[in-house]
Design a protein around this ligand. Structure first.
Ligand SMILES: Cc1ncc(COP(=O)(O)O)c(C=O)c1O
Ligand SMILES: N[C@@H](CCCC[NH3+])C(=O)O
Length: 446
C-alpha cells in the first residue's frame, strides 16, 4: 500500500497516521474507523492556494463539501480561508452550525427546493450556482419577496466530458446538470439572469467530471467558457467576473494512477484563462472547487478481520467488519483500493486474498485479489485513500451503524464524528399503536 501524507510504519511494525498508532486507535475507538490525516488536508488546500498566488491572477479556491462534510471539516476549510461549496440543505446546515461564514458559502445543485433557497438567502450566502430555468425563476421571485438580490453564476454543460484517462468532446452533453452550451441555452439563461431585477449575474461555472488526469480537458473547457463569455459580452454587454472551473482533479488510489500535483492543474487552467480571455478588459476571477484531491488521500479506513473462507482452488475470502456501508465506491463504480495489515505492516506478503464486506450482498467486495501476509481473524486491515466519498456516502444497509471519524495530527487523535449506536438506528422508528404488542397497548391506555 502506498503511504500518503503522514502515514508511516513505526518501530512496532504498526501503521501510523498523523503520529498515531492505528492499532491503538482501533483499541480506543473500535472498528470500522475512518482516520483522517489533518495535516495532509491542510497541505493540499495550501498547495492549491499557493499555486494560484504564483499566477498573479485573482482566484478563489473552494472545497466541495460533498466529498466529506462534517462540522470539524468546515472549521478546517474556514481556517484555511477557502470558500465552501454546498449542494443541499444538510451541507449548508452543517456549515452554518460550524459557524462557517455564510458569505464564503455558495450553493450548487440541480434541484434546489424553495425551502433550501430561502434558507440560503436568509443566511446571506455568497452566491447560487444556478442550474436551470426553473431555479432562475424561483431565485428571482424569492429574492424579490425578501427584498434581496441573489448573486448567481450559471452552471453550463460545456460539451466536454472527462473520464479518468481520457476525455471526449460531445456535441450536446446529455446531462442532468446545467445549461447546455451547444444549443444556445446557456446564452439564453445568461440574458435572462442579466435582465432579472433581483438577480446579479456574476459569471459561469462548469465541472467536467471527477478523478481526471487529462489536463487537456480543462483547457478545452476554459476555451468553451471563454467562447460563451465573448458572445455574452459582445451581444449583451455581460461581463464574466467569475469563472468557476469546478473540481475533478485525480488522486492516487492505486499504483496505476499517476495524478499531477495541484500546481499543475492550476497552471493549466490559469494559462488557458489568460490566453482565452486575453481580449477582455479584465480576466475573470478564477474559482475551482476540488473535493477528492483535498480529502481523498488523507483518509484511511481501519477494519477488523473476521471470518476467513477458502474456496478450494478458487480464492480466499477475508471478511471485514464493514464494507459497502462505509465504502460504497467499489460496488458502485468498481473502484480500486489498496490495503495493508495495520498491525503487521512490516511482514512480507504471503498470499493473495479478496476482501469482502459483511453485507448480505454478493457485490459487497472491497478489494479483489490483494497480496497480504497470511491473514488471521483479529488482524487489522487499513484501506488507504478513503477520505473522499466514503463517509459522505455511508449508509445503514443491513442496519449497520456508520463508523466513527477521527482526525489525527501530531500524535493526537480527535473524535470528530461519534460512531452511530444501535439506538441511533431505531431513533426515528415509530410503531403505530395497532401494531403494538397487547401488553404495551394496555400500558399506553393506563
Ligand atoms: C459541481 C461539482 N463541483 C465539484 C465537485 C468535486 O469534484 P472532485 O471531488 O472530483 O474534486 C463535483 C463532483 O464531482 C461536482 O459535481
Ligand atoms: N461520488 C463520486 C463522485 C461524484 C462526485 C459528484 N459530482 C465518487 O465517489 O467518485
Amino acid at each position: 500500500m502506498f503511504l500518503h501524507g503522514t502515514s508511516r510504519i513505526n518501530n512496532q511494525g504498526h501503521l501510523e497516521v498523523g503520529g498515531c498508532d492505528t492499532v491503538e486507535l482501533a483499541q480506543k475507538y473500535g472498528t470500522p474507523l475512518y482516520i483522517v490525516d489533518e495535516q495532509l488536508i491542510r497541505q493540499r488546500m495550501r498547495e492549491f492556494v499557493r499555486a494560484f498566488e504564483k499566477t498573479g491572477l485573482s482566484f478563489q479556491v473552494g472545497y466541495a463539501s460533498k466529498a466529506f462534510s462534517t462540522m470539524a471539516m468546515c472549521r478546517i476549510v474556514d481556517e484555511e480561508g477557502l470558500l465552501l461549496d454546498v449542494v443541499s440543505e444538510g451541507e449548508l446546515y452543517t456549515a452554518l452550525a460550524a459557524d462557517f461564514p455564510a458569505e464564503r458559502i455558495y450553493f450548487h445543485g440541480n434541484n434546489k427546493s424553495p425551502m433550501e433557497i430561502e434558507l440560503a438567502l436568509d443566511a446571506g450566502i455568497r452566491l447560487f450556482v444556478a442550474d436551470n430555468f426553473v431555479e432562475l425563476e424561483m431565485l428571482q421571485s424569492l429574492a424579490l419577496e425578501k427584498g434581496k438580490k441573489a448573486s448567481v453564476i450559471l452552471r453550463v454543460s460545456p460539451g466536454v466530458e472527462a473520464h479518468t484517462h481520457a476525455y471526449i468532446q460531445t456535441g450536446q452533453e446529455d446531462s442532468k446538470f446545467g445549461f447546455d452550451l451547444v444549443s444556445g441555452q446557456a446564452k439564453q439563461a445568461a440574458l435572462l439572469a442579466h435582465q432579472a431585477s433581483h438577480l446579479e449575474l456574476e459569471g459561469f461555472h462548469c465541472h467536467i467530471g471527477s478523478q481526471i488526469f487529462e489536463t487537456e480537458a480543462f483547457q478545452l473547457a476554459v476555451e468553451k467558457m471563454a467562447g460563451l463569455s465573448t458572445e455574452c459580452y459582445r451581444q449583451y454587454g455581460i461581463e464574466t467576473r467569475i469563472l468557476n472551473m469546478g473540481g475533478g482533479f485525480g488522486i492516487r488510489y492505486e499504483a496505476a494512477d499517476t495524478p499531477k500535483p495541484p500546481e499543475h492543474y492550476v497552471q493549466i487552467i490559469a494559462s488557458a484563462v489568460t490566453r482565452a480571455f486575453a481580449h477582455f478588459p479584465r480576466y475573470p476571477e478564477i474559482w475551482i472547487e476540488p473535493g477528492r484531491s483535498i480529502v481523498g488521500e488523507a483518509g484511511t479506513t481501519l477494519y477488523t478481520i473476521g471470518t476467513v473462507k477458502e474456496v478450494p482452488g478458487v480464492r480466499k475470502y477475508v471478511a471485514v467488519d464493514g464494507g459497502m456501508t462505509d465504502n460504497l465506491r467499489p460496488a458502485l463504480y468498481n473502484a480500486k483500493y489498496e490495503a495493508m495489515l495495520a498491525n503487521r505492516a512490516k511482514e512480507e506478503a504471503g498470499e493473495t486474498v479478496s476482501i469482502a464486506g459483511k453485507c448480505c450482498e454478493s457485490g459487497d467486495m472491497l478489494i479483489w485479489d490483494i497480496r497480504l501476509p497470511e491473514v488471521r481473524q483479529g488482524d487489522l486491515l487499513a484501506v488507504s485513500c478513503t477520505g473522499a466519498y466514503n463517509y459522505s456516502m455511508a449508509n445503514n444497509y443491513n442496519r449497520i451503524p456508520r463508523p466513527a471519524v477521527v482526525f489525527v495530527q501530531n500524535g493526537k487523535a480527535d473524535l470528530v464524528v461519534e460512531r452511530e449506536t444501535l439506538q441511533d438506528l431505531i431513533s426515528h422508528d415509530r410503531i403505530p399503536s395497532r401494531l403494538k404488542k397487547k401488553s404495551e397497548q394496555i400500558h399506553s391506555i393506563k
